[in-house]
Design a protein around this ligand. Structure first.
Ligand code: DON
Length: 578
């Protein structure tokens, strides 16, 4: 990376830039940026759940109100989202949970998908040895062994309170008896019926009326999903990873060239891992370790920014955007260089999250001038934004931050016949072809190549923030690589600019990920004067629809009230408290 020299051509990055703008706000029931309205902040004295589906938030809130703790509510909300928010809610995908106990101890649950035993670094090449984006992202080979059920089971066994069946039952009922289709869901399913579901009759059967889209208010029943959830309710982890569901998945794989076997499913394990922690101006940040890159990159950026007086020129100032962007650029280089599944790759975590390293990084930032990203030995692919994040706080102050995903919206687009749930296409997060790195987005470094039993690198950043040992906020977002930067900005908005949780979530966002070397900004996101100055400083700018959906909670330090802010970028989102 070096300072911008205006004679250096940027044309090499243009193709990648176009990929990044292919965000489809309507495809996932999202509200286009131009129509964003400030949402309400829901305040409640004891407990709060905020998620992409108001129905699922209410399920979690009811668990809290009936004596469950925040982990119980997170599990119930997660299962409900698999029914009411199928674009990302899932039992066929995976994700991460960050937990802070009332006594201040914190931990994380890694339920990221795993590569099957037959995976190899060259598994995304066609018979001629050429990299195939279709195999990598849009085939049964791209499906990872799902982690969600095992992750929820582990979280419940170690930290839950309520009966397991109480947590799965609401989802069983929502799937079996049905629920009224919400506006965002109607819009999103209509898109998928014409899109990724087309190739899969079981998906069309599950999510349409004989091929015709559901309208808002119609009742959507998912009987196969209800049966799959019933097996999970009655038999726990085994109800998914062995028996009928495992057989249905393995048969589907065999029919379609997928690699996952019954043995892969039986072998899957969720893992408890120590969180990544950092400090920022007296606040403590608790976030997800590898195989997510989120926690490390977030702490690295915050450490870099702590050394600058960010407030001086204001939230929308060119200087603020410049400094934050340069911190983003540097964290994303390190992400690409070092990070992968910790059981296969050793990363210099202590160094990357240290204040000394950040100080050295700060010295490479030139005032008023964009640095330039060089595709040296790494380059990256830009992802879409269909994942989902939700936040939970209970009456005792236990906090849970969950981000989970199928990777693309509706994952592969394929419902398991007889199983009623969608398969992920998460293996697309592995690098595509060993040794081949180019500016179109391929990356070939070893840290994140597919291998048997390995977990693919993620950007999901479920995060909890405390202040002087007291719970301050629960944050996170979907959005592929933009996730880390969305979480960064929701935190900075509160800590640097004293915004309340609603304002912090509503504020427009921007994103830089090193390569492509562009600054992506939400529509109408910054004043024209700032844009003009940023352009003069050397930032090529691309406008995007919406960046992430950060369903967040803040705890009022005076009253202890839980303030839930559902991000209005998600059409069906809602906060529910008691
Ligand atoms: O784990 C990750 O970082 C991605 N699979 C998350 C995907 C996401 O946010 C939506 N994008 N496709």
């Amino acid at each position: 990376m070096r300072q911008l020299n205006s004679s250096i051509p940027r044309a090499a990055f243009m193709a990648a830039m176009l990929v990044a703008t292919a965000c489809t706000p309507f495809g996932s029931g999202k509200v286009p940026a131009g129509e964003l309205v400030a949402g309400p902040t829901v305040s409640a004295p004891r407990g709060m759940v905020v998620s992409a589906s108001a129905i699922a938030s209410a399920v979690g809130r009811d668990v809290l109100a009936s004596g469950g703790n925040a982990v119980d509510a997170a599990i119930a909300t997660g299962f409900a989202l698999a029914v009411t928010y199928p674009v990302a809610g899932n039992i066929g995908g995976g994700g991460f949970m960050v937990i802070r106990l009332p006594d201040g101890r914190a931990t994380t649950i890694d339920f990221r998908e795993m590569a099957p035993q037959a995976a190899t670094p060259t598994m995304f090449l066609d018979s001629a040895g050429n990299y195939s984006a279709t195999i990598h992202h849009d085939s049964y080979r791209s499906v990872g062994v799902p982690g969600t059920v095992a992750g929820f089971e582990l979280a419940h066994r170690k930290y839950g309170n309520a009966k397991w069946s109480r947590l799965v039952d609401p989802a069983v009922r929502l799937a079996g008896s049905g629920f009224a289709v919400t506006p965002g869901l109607a819009q999103s399913l209509a898109g998928a019926i014409d899109g990724s579901f087309k190739a899969y009759p079981a998906s069309i059967a599950a999510y349409s009326r004989s091929g015709r889209p559901y309208a808002e208010g119609d009742t959507l029943r998912q009987p196969d999903l209800a049966r799959a959830l019933t097996r999970v309710r009655d038999d726990g982890r085994d109800g998914f990873y062995t028996g009928t569901t495992a057989r249905l998945i393995a048969e589907d794989m065999r029919r379609n060239g997928g690699l996952i076997t019954e043995a892969d499913l039986a072998r899957y394990e969720a893992k408890e891992r120590a969180p990544i922690t950092g400090t920022y101006r007296g606040y403590e940040v608790i976030s997800m370790p590898p195989p997510s890159s989120g926690g490390i990159a977030l702490v690295e950026m915050l450490n870099i920014l702590e050394g600058f007086p960010l407030q001086v020129n204001g939230h929308d100032s060119p200087r603020y955007v410049h400094l934050v962007t340069e911190a983003m650029r540097r964290a994303f280089v390190d992400r690409a260089r070092y990070l992968g599944d910790p059981e296969f790759t050793t990363a210099p975590v202590e160094k990357l999250t240290s204040k000394a390293y950040a100080a050295a990084q700060r010295r490479t930032i030139f005032p008023g001038r964009a640095s330039i990203s060089m595709p040296t030995d790494v380059a990256q692919r830009v992802e879409s934004d269909q994942t989902t994040h939700y936040s939970v706080v209970d009456a005792d102050g236990m906090a849970v931050s969950v981000t989970y995903t199928l990777e693309n919206g509706y994952g592969l687009g394929a419902v398991v016949p007889g199983g009623g749930f969608l398969l992920n296409n998460e293996l697309g997060d592995f690098n595509g072809k060993p040794g081949v790195t180019d500016t179109t987005g391929l990356i070939g470094t070893d840290a994140n190549l597919a291998r048997p039993g390995k977990r693919m690198l993620s950007s999901m950043t479920p995060t909890i923030v405390t202040q002087q040992g007291k719970l301050f906020a629960v944050v996170g977002s979907p959005g592929g690589r933009t996730i880390i930067n969305t979480v960064l900005q929701v935190i900075l908005n509160q800590v640097e600019f004293n915004m309340g949780i609603r304002e912090a979530v509503d504020a427009k966002r921007f994103h830089h990920q090193w390569l492509p070397d562009r600054l992506f900004i939400e529509q109408n996101g910054l004043p024209q004067g700032t844009i003009d100055t940023l352009k003069l400083a050397g930032y090529p700018i691309t406008w995007i629809g919406v960046q992430g959906t950060a369903h967040s909670i803040r705890v009022d330090p005076q009253t202890g009230a839980r303030q839930g802010a559902a991000d209005t970028r998600d059409r069906d989102a809602g906060a529910a408290g008691y």
